[in-house]
Design a binder for this molecule. Structure first.
Ligand code: FMN
Length: 353
């Protein structure tokens, strides 16, 4: 059983929804005002973290609104009290020195509640149409490894010199470093072999996409067994939750969610046709039909409140500590999760202690 309390996070609404675009009770809205209210409320409800995904261009179509991750995160840091703000970053888009400086600034604004989620990109046009090189899969990870070596050193307040294939950094120092701890947290998302190695070597937490328990067990066991020095690696899981009074009601709601999602034909086509076919996570998605992004309902957090709470504990027993959650309609389902499911999880945790 897990020794640490399980943590719950919510995906900030940077796309305007994490479910179907045609849900009658959730108009798509990627405005700053909505995400501000969403995360301020999540903070008040006691959620432990928010994940701010990074896309400059909405992968569902470049005519759709998209909220910018880093400026949003700085503002959220100023408006919240306790929630950890974890912001995704694609190394190809920012020079590591600039990104490290921004990370340290948000660490300062948040009072030590900031983390970066390093993601090595799959959505080609966003990078290629900017005239930046969209390297092939493993080369992106090689670039990301150099990039993260520099960022990790700079955000730890170390004077940094690095000469690699992609970067030349000479005697660089960023001040102030964190006043609250050694450095902001580092998360890594991605499932391929180079993603696992990156997580093993650099991450505090490795994020796994939503998928069935046995698959999560295999992934966690694989990376946990790798030799690493320093702090213990922790694990997070993405999931889309549907909790109801009964398993039957939740199953009906899932059917409805699949029906609504099936209407997003053009959007699904945009995502799939522009994704790097070598991205491991899309192979995972293809194996498990789901609603939501990053595996969504494939994690199986669909059922009665008791069922969902029990499944969360089972993932906890596999080593998952942080659950990064999606809902639809987001705000009302987020409240339901806080009211119905978190207390059940806490009760089960106490019983298991
Ligand atoms: C929890 C989580 C969050 C992610 N957030 C983003 C994101 O904000 N932007 C992005 O382009 N990719 C994101 N990804 C995708 C991956 O980091 C990575 O690009 C993808 O898995 C392809 O790499 P792979 O072949 O190693 O799986 C996320 C993945 C996970 C698990």
């Amino acid at each position: 059983m897990t020794a640490t309390a399980l943590r719950f996070g919510v995906w900030a609404l940077v796309y305007g929804t994490w479910g179907a675009r045609q849900h009658p009770d959730e108009p798509v809205d990627a405005s700053w005002a909505r995400t501000r209210d969403q995360i301020v409320e999540a903070d008040r409800l006691g959620f432990d973290a928010t994940l701010v995904a990074q896309h400059e261009v909405n992968p569902a179509g470049d005519h759709y609104d998209q909220l910018e991750a880093w400026t949003t995160s700085a503002a959220l840091a100023a408006l919240t009290e306790n929630i950890e703000i974890i912001t995704a970053i694609k190394p190809a888009l920012y020079h590591p020195v600039v990104l490290a400086k921004q990370a340290l600034q948000i660490e300062e604004i948040s009072g030590g509640r900031f983390g970066v989620n390093v993601v090595n990109a799959w959505f080609k046009p966003e990078i290629a149409r900017a005239g930046l090189p969209f390297l092939e899969h493993d080369a992106r990870y090689a670039y990301g490894r150099e990039w993260l070596t520099i960022v990790q050193s700079l955000i730890a307040g170390r004077r940094t010199t690095f000469h690699g294939r992609y970067f030349d950094i000479d005697d660089y120092q960023l001040v102030p470093a964190s006043r609250y701890r050694d450095r902001p947290a580092i998360y890594v998302g991605g499932e391929s072999e180079p993603a696992r190695e990156l997580a093993k070597d650099f991450a505090d937490v490795w994020f796994v996409n939503g998928q069935p328990e046995e698959d999560v067990r295999r992934l966690v066991d694989d990376v946990a067994a790798r030799h690493r020095t320093g702090r213990r690696l922790r694990f997070g899981l993405a999931a889309f939750v549907i909790g109801r009074e009964s398993d039957r009601e939740a199953a009906d709601e899932l059917d409805y969610a699949f029906d609504l999602a099936s209407r997003d034909v053009a959007e699904t086509e945009s995502v799939l046709s522009n994704a790097d076919p070598n991205a491991e996570m899309f192979k995972t998605f293809a194996r498990h039909p789901h609603v939501g992004t990053n595996g969504g309902t494939a994690a199986g957090l669909v059922g009665s409140y008791d069922t969902v709470a029990e499944r969360i504990l089972r993932f906890g027993a596999l080593g998952i500590e942080t659950f990064m959650l999606q809902f639809q309609p987001f705000e009302s389902e987020m409240r339901r999760f806080a009211e119905e499911i978190i207390p059940r999880v806490r009760r089960l945790e106490r019983l298991a202690a």
